[in-house]
Ligand binder design. Structure first.
Ligand SMILES: C[S@@+](CC[C@H](N)C(=O)[O-])C[C@H]1O[C@@H](n2cnc3c(N)ncnc32)[C@H](O)[C@@H]1O
Length: 269
């Protein structure tokens, strides 16, 4: 997806994304922040911040003497994060709509990104741009999905949408950037290839029951929404039925959001 369409898909997904905040994005954002551990007074860039799942805990951690620049392409998610920061009195959380790769800021003590970097048009180039915004000794912290978890649902969503959107056929089997960072070894190797020091990767097991109704809101609240963008209601309903059948056939009745959180330090201190 181009940057424009990623932003448009996630912005349109705003309502369903919010339904999944409490049980997915927020807890995993909190957990990311327990690894990045922003300290009082630090400067943090939260890249691909969505509605602030990891930016808001980071803002609490840095306190009023610090700052968190939270940047995302999806305008409606950013608005939601900004509203929440205001309600929580976290003036140090500054939300901006835009491409984080073009964000002018830094140097930062921490650059963190939850489930965002694999949407960049070029994973390596994008990550190098983010690493370049760190001060020497600053830490880069990213989370990704473990192979065999979240990735099992996506082909089911694509197959369900395919009869309505034949152009999706060409995308099957196409290398996906998330597959480059979906095991501890791959994520370690990738962070090291960015020139980072002291690379560590932690695995966080995170699963929960997946009711069919919730599975559908999950599809509509995530990148899979791109599969059904622009479909008329009757076509959408056919996709929904095929998607739920597909999940049943694949035996998927839980959401396995088991994650990897990788950390590395920019050399130079
Ligand atoms: C799976 S969501 C995760 C959002 C948030 N980090 C969270 O954990 O709740 C991925 C986000 O990456 C954003 N994104 C992708 N590419 C981006 C870019 N180049 N600049 C800013 N945001 C981007 C999307 O708009 C989307 O909100």
């Amino acid at each position: 997806m181009s940057a424009g369409s990623v932003g448009a898909v996630f912005s349109a997904a705003h309502d369903e994304f919010a339904l999944w905040s409490g049980r997915l994005w927020r807890p995993l954002g909190e957990i990311l922040t327990t690894v990045s551990r922003p300290e009082p007074g630090e400067r943090v860039l939260d890249a691909c911040c969505g509605a602030g799942a990891s930016a808001l805990p980071a803002a609490r951690a840095v306190g009023p003497a610090g700052v968190v620049h939270a940047v995302d392409l999806a305008e409606r998610l950013v608005e939601q994060g900004a509203r929440e920061a205001e309600a929580l009195g976290l003036a140090q959380a500054q939300f901006t709509t835009g491409d984080v790769l073009a964000h002018d800021g830094g140097p930062y003590d921490v650059v963190q990104s939850a489930y965002g970097v694999f949407f960049f048009p070029d994973l390596d180039e994008g990550a190098r741009t983010l690493v370049g915004k760190l001060r020497p000794g600053g830490r880069f912290v990213v989370s990704s999905w473990l192979a065999g978890g979240m990735s099992r649902i996506v082909p089911v969503g694509r197959a369900a949408a395919l009869p309505e959107r034949p152009e999706l056929a060409g995308q099957e089997g196409r290398p996906n950037a998330s597959e480059r960072v979906d095991t501890a070894d791959k994520l370690t190797g990738w962070l090291s290839s960015l020139g980072l020091d002291e690379v560590t990767v932690r695995q966080v097991r995170y699963t929960q029951p997946l009711h069919p109704d919730d599975a559908w809101t999950f599809l509509l609240g995530a990148a899979m929404r791109g599969f059904v963008a622009g479909l008329e209601p009757d076509a959408l309903e056919r996709v929904r039925v095929r998607f739920l059948d597909g999940l049943r056939e694949a035996g998927i009745d839980e959401l396995d959001a088991t994650s990897l959180i990788g950390t590395g330090y920019r050399p130079g201190v």
